[in-house]
Design a protein around this ligand. Structure first.
Ligand SMILES: C[S@@+](CC[C@H](N)C(=O)[O-])C[C@H]1O[C@@H](n2cnc3c(N)ncnc32)[C@H](O)[C@@H]1O
Length: 432
């Protein structure tokens, strides 16, 4: 017989007002808990009628969670969390580590719900950005004229830091309101513009409401692929915008997916993949250290600081990377084993796109096209330029692009894919 399941862990959202803001179910769970786990501030909000052992979160928290819960096996455990535990909160970590079925979550309105209530903002029209444990550069993807942002602060210094970013990015006239201690007796709101932020650091418990207003009507950086070249710092190793737009369309980013950008150059393909949706992830592999560093800077400037940059040459540098949903090869095509390694790492249904301007790589792509099908296209972009007093076309180097989706039953690698003998074994080796 299997052992009985462990008792549920009750995760209770609590507001800044403390005990008085809790509902009957949350109070009952806290009164009867044998152990209450939470931050010191939250544990301090409990009245004496909660006799359970109070255990503050260890630091670092995540690696300690399994051991902490194992140490209290068989006891009634409640966890205190701020606001809605499932919104940028501990609830997610606990669901991942203990299993969602073990949790009983009793949410409180989140700071974001309370802020929207104070401001009269529709929550569904408001962009929420957390800067708790996340780089400030995350904001750079969210700045558009007329948008309303709620920023979850990391602490008392965050409002001035946000004001600084808004100013640097041309959004100095934005109205900022800092809502502190929402729901408590000490609640207050201070306001100003980003370019003339007048307030010293206040309460560390705050959210920042931003009405985004640019200083001029400069063309915004769209979230749709094909940003102008000028959006990137580069040394010429940059997929040009028209080809980039076609490339991203072929890569077809979907929420949550991971891209390998092999031969990252300036990082534009990975950056625009990640800008497609805030849950998109990317690893850019670049052998040149100066370029690799530049990729990181471009990613931060364009609001995707979570882009992982690996400095090293493919295929060796690909070893050990998490399996991708899509692969782009913009450099290193002729390095032995690069295409093979990328193809092998790709799961069935994954997309691969490779671009080249050289005949040598084109021959390779033609070979893979014969073996695996897909689309082999030539992209020739011409720009109108002055010719004396007239205007003529100046053609950029044509780019050959091969793209395909890995089939459910793989047909082998390279030019030998037509050989039915080898296909079964090859497919098994390639599909992981
Ligand atoms: C044409 S650029 C790619 C441009 C890039 N897609 C962009 O838009 O910024 C090619 C890059 O691939 C890099 N590269 C070439 N062979 C490589 C290899 N085997 N592994 C990693 N990077 C490589 C080069 O250093 C160069 O930066």
């Amino acid at each position: 017989m299997s052992p009985p399941p462990p008792p549920p862990v009750t995760v209770i959202g609590i507001g800044a007002e403390g005990w008085e803001g809790l509902g009957p179910a949350a109070r009952e769970a806290l009164r009867t808990a044998e152990v209450v786990i939470g931050g010191r501030r939250h544990l301090g909000l409990l009245p004496p009628e909660c006799p359970g052992e109070r255990v503050p979160w260890p630091s670092p928290l995540r690696p300690a969670v399994p051991g902490l819960f194992a140490a209290h096996t068989g006891r009634r455990i409640s966890v205190l969390a701020s606001g809605d535990p499932m919104f940028f909160g501990i609830g997610r970590t606990l669901a991942e580590l203990l299993g969602a079925e073990r949790l009983r979550v009793l949410p409180h309105p989140s700071s974001v719900s309370l802020a929207c209530a104070r401001l009269g903002w529709a929550l569904e029209e408001t962009e929420v950005v957390s800067l708790v444990g996340r780089p400030l550069a995350t904001l750079n993807r969210e700045l558009y004229a007329g948008r309303r942002l709620l920023v979850l602060s990391a602490g008392a210094d965050t409002p001035a830091e946000v004001a600084g970013v808004l100013g640097e990015r041309g959004f100095g006239p934005s109205r900022m309101r800092v809502l502190e201690q929402l729901g408590s007796a000490g609640e207050r709101c201070v306001e100003g513009t980003a370019e003339a932020w007048p307030h010293p650091p206040g309460d560390p418990l705050n959210v920042i409401a931003v009405d985004c207003a640019p200083a001029d009507r400069a063309r915004p950086l769209s979230l749709v692929p094909g940003l102008p070249e000028a959006a990137y710092d580069h040394d010429g190793q940059l997929t040009k915008r028209h080809v980039r737009a076609v490339t991203l369309a072929a890569l077809a980013p979907a929420p949550g997916e991971l891209l390998w950008d092999v031969g990252g150059g300036s990082g534009s393909i990975a950056v625009e993949w990640m800008r497609a949706h805030r849950t998109c992830r990317a690893v850019s592999v670049e052998r040149d250290a100066v370029r690799a560093e530049r990729i990181g800077r471009n990613a931060a400037a364009l609001g995707v600081p979570g882009l992982t940059v690996v400095t090293g040459a493919a295929p060796d540098a690909l070893a050990g990377l998490p399996a991708p949903d899509a692969v782009f090869i913009g450099g290193g095509l002729t390095a032995p084993g690069v295409l093979e390694a990328c193809w092998a790492a790709l799961p069935p249904g994954g997309r691969i796109v490779a671009n080249t301007v050289t005949l040598e790589s084109e021959a390779l792509l033609a070979d893979w096209y014969r073996g695996h099908g897909g689309d082999l296209v030539r992209l020739a972009v011409s720009h109108a330029t002055p010719v004396g007093a007239f205007t003529g076309w100046r053609q950029a180097m044509p780019v050959t692009q091969w793209s395909t989706t890995k089939p459910l039953a793989s047909r082998g690698t390279g030019g030998d894919a037509a050989d039915p003998e080898g296909s079964d074994e090859a497919a098994q080796g390639e599909t992981r």
